[in-house]
Write a protein that binds this ligand. Structure first.
Ligand code: SAH
Ligand code: SF4
Ligand code: F3S
Length: 442
């Protein structure tokens, strides 16, 4: 019987994409997918270290591998991703069940690393965490999870050094893929039947800057928009500082680029935005939102917000609430500030007590949940085009899909067949905070 693998993924879309590349390389080596990690010969945990809460969860999972490895020492346990990059040596010391530590710049050569390990007699535990190793292009295979929507990394790393964030330290400097290889990958995906792509990067607006190109992201979007067979183009994440009016106009004029603008504001207080090293003011941010709504009146606008950054006073937080109310986001992903050692903000003395952070998060979520509902209610009565995703999570008779603005829509099956990945018009009949309900149109 052939050997099997299982991948447990944490973190952002970039990690999900990396996991698809790990899976492809294991498949190349003849490994099949095991549904249950207890049964797999190889378990790969792809980790995230953006917040302490993620790390705690992951450490628990690595702990679970102890019994698995003890029961069958020939199993190979790999820990990859951002936490592996940051704490590889410590992890290996603390958790002897780990065989291989795969840093973030070793996705591409994982196959060679893995092969050399399984073929070696000594089975030396090893760490691969050299950030310089990373080739700009990925030339290996991958196993995509979805049958209609593809992740496509366009750049790796981050140069922004927001003062709270660990990502630039664990993902290295910005490296852009060539436009040709991105277009080739997407063209191939569309020929295989993929309808949607999401272009990935920590700051997609600076795509091409490392190659001294100008307007490279706009140009790339225009080229992707014209690839035959493409139905929807998404991208994440864009940085409000670098989102030009020209780019907004490009998106407005495009055929397939989703009218969804995810623009993380992080805080509504100029003092905190500055301390975070975000490079814009509240006023500039609001002007960007106004421009988006000028060119794309029905734009879906979403954001990320951190509460309790060091030095955040009640007045600063009130400015965040006020901005959130003014913009009336469709969705806001809200986080409690988590101190990441090695980042500049970790050294700031005015850390906000946890109880205060939790209380602020609750107030923010209450406001935002209400706004999400208001935004969704405004869609009741409209007919929206969705891309069919399949049966809903817990009821096979209710199907699900997503709008251009990435809103989840549910509708009853009603004696019809729907094709996964096809477009369908759905009349919206009811709105909730997190989803819309409707009926499929003929
Ligand atoms: N490059 C992307 C994603 C970064 S991580 C971007 O710039 O938007 C996703 C989100 O996690 C960030 O937008 C931020 O809101 C949050 N985040 C990052 N570091 C954090 C920290 N130390 N504590 C709490 N939230 C954090
Ligand atoms: Fe982190 Fe800022 Fe880079 Fe995003 S842009 S990954 S928040 S440093
Ligand atoms: Fe986490 Fe790394 Fe992504 S820290 S958010 S998995 S880039």
């Amino acid at each position: 019987m052939s050997k099997t693998y299982h991948i447990i993924n944490y973190g952002c879309q970039m990690n999900e994409s990396d996991s698809e590349h790990f899976a492809g390389q294991l498949a190349d080596l003849g490994y099949g997918y095991a549904q249950d990690f207890h049964q797999a010969d190889v378990v790969l945990i792809n980790t995230c270290c953006v917040r302490e809460s993620a790390e705690k969860k992951i450490l628990g999972k690595i702990g679970e591998m102890k019994a698995i490895k003890a029961a069958n020492p020939s199993k190979v346990i790999c820990v990859a991703g951002c936490m592996a990059q940051k704490d590889g040596e410590k992890l290996l010391r603390t958790y002897p069940q780990i065989d291989l530590i795969i840093g973030t710049a070793h996705v591409n050569n994982f196959r060679a690393i893995f092969q050399s390990y399984v073929n070696s007699k000594k089975k030396d535990k090893k760490i691969f965490s050299d950030l310089q190793n990373d080739p700009q292009e990925f030339d290996g295979s991958f196993v995509r999870k979805s049958s209609f929507s593809a992740w496509v990394p366009i750049m790796y790393g981050c140069n922004n050094f927001c003062t709270y964030c660990i990502v630039p330290y664990v993902r290295g400097r910005e490296r852009s893929r060539s436009k040709e290889s991105i277009i080739a990958e997407i063209t191939k995906a569309t020929l295989q039947g993929f309808k949607e792509v999401t272009l990935l990067g920590q700051n997609v607006n600076s795509y091409g800057n490392d190659q001294k190109q100008v307007n490279a992201f706009s140009d790339l979007l225009k080229a992707v928009d014209n690839i035959p067979g493409i139905e929807r183009v998404r991208y994440m994440t864009s940085h409000p500082r670098d989102m030009s009016e020209d780019l907004v106009r490009t998106i407005a004029a495009s055929k397939h680029i989703c009218k969804h603008f995810h623009i993380p504001v992080q805080s509504g207080s100029n003092k905190i935005i500055k301390a975070m090293n975000r490079g814009y003011t509240r006023e500039q941010y609001l002007e960007l939102v106004a421009n988006i709504r000028k060119y794309v009146p029905d734009a879906v606008v979403t954001t990320d917000i951190i509460v309790g950054f060091p030095g955040e006073t009640e007045e600063d937080f009130a400015a965040t609430l006020q901005l959130v109310d003014e913009v009336c986001y469709d969705v806001a992903y809200t986080f409690i500030y988590s101190k990441r050692s090695g980042t500049p903000a970790a050294k700031l003395t005015e850390q906000v007590p946890l109880a205060v952070k939790k209380e602020r998060l609750n107030r923010l979520m209450e406001l935002q949940n209400n706004n999400s509902l208001v935004r969704n209610q405004a869609l009741v009565g409209k007919v929206l085009e969705v891309l069919v995703e399949g049966p809903s999570y817990n009821n096979p008779n209710i199907w699900s899909g997503r709008t251009d603005g990435n809103k989840l829509v549910l509708w009853p099956l009603a004696d019809r067949k729907y094709t996964i990945g096809a477009k369908l018009n759905v009349k919206i009949e009811a709105a909730q905070t997190w989803l819309l309900k409707g009926s499929a149109q003929a």
